[in-house]
Design a protein around this ligand. Sequence first.
Ligand SMILES: [Zn+2]
Length: 420
Amino acid sequence: MYSLTFSVLFVGFLLLTLLVRFWLSSRHIRHVLAHRSAVPAEFAEKIPLAAHQKAADYTVARTKFGILTLLVNSAVLVGFTLLGGLQLLSSLLLQWLDGPGMVYQLCLIGAFAVISGLIDLPFDYYRQFVLEARFGFNKMTRGLFFADALKTGLIGAAIGLPLLWVTLTLMDKAGKLWWFYAWLVWSGFQLLMLVLYPTVIAPLFNKFTPLDDDSLRARIEGLMSRVGFASKGLFVMDGSKRSAHGNAYFSGFGAAKRIVFFDTLLARLAPHEIEAVLAHELGHFKLKHIAKRIAVMFAISLAFLALLGYLKDQAWFYTGLGVNPLLFGSNDAMALILFMLALPIFTFLLSPLSSLSSRKHEFEADAFAAQYTNAQDLVSALVKLYEDNASTLTPDPLHSAFYDSHPPASLRIGKLHATH
Ligand SMILES: [Zn+2]
């Protein structure tokens, strides 16, 4: 009985999520098209009409493609759950393997990950070689694309399988509070990744060379000492080997913290604009946004793991999602997969909350940059970045509130002008 209720709830939330996402996408497309014919007044002197229209077309193309992937992903989700895909996969593995032990569990998750990855691959391919290419953003060769996919899979297996083994062992042997121990392990792992990602994993995909432009270096070091930020790591990343999109980011913590500029960004911005963009990134660090984000992530993952600790012992959680739990043998791997599949459906409507807090941080980092550098430099850098990335200047406000981690350009620039 509970299982039917849960199935109905799952389908209800899935339909609600789909409906809201369709509605937001169609609003967004209509809003962008309605503003396609003229550059917004505050940007009229800075951005040519052709660039504005390219941004509109790029936004509409991406949003339409988003609707297609949303439909396919929802069909795959229902196929895995209510239509019995996971049940079938589990039965096949049980026939091939001798019993539902650890090997069965790792194979179940592995097979699920491989199938999901293979379904995603043609969409990623289309995005890169058709959509991005049509607007001149793709710089990737097909060889690099498939090498990346293979490398990502191998690294995922090398890191994921041991972590899964530890998690499944805790679920099996650590008693009622397994989820708490699992949380300690995952949190430790996340912190480890903050150090390992920039130093070990990212270099497997890109080349990082120390910034060797002396006058730019001196300018940046001046800014860092004004702000009170110590880091020896200033790197340039060869982002141009994959995409024309530009970016700068800041990663790691403690001795491993480093600042990374995409070569595409350095090629496009003047030194004083680079300084302003960097001041914004340093603002995120100095205002403790990164530490806050990590703390929130840890708190949320503790709550979700506690929920999983409860759900994994409820038969309706499995049957409600189209799986008959094994009577003899462990259902832990299946519980992990079902939880990962179902959770986003039930939490989607909360996504504006995370966008809201992220946008607040963006405004604070902009204000920080305006305090330590020239606000006009950040404005001109943002305008160039918007133009180069073909980001729309006229997003639908509701769509933006739901999805965008950054406030719309007009609001950011409006605030920066106000601080001047
Ligand atoms: Zn930011």
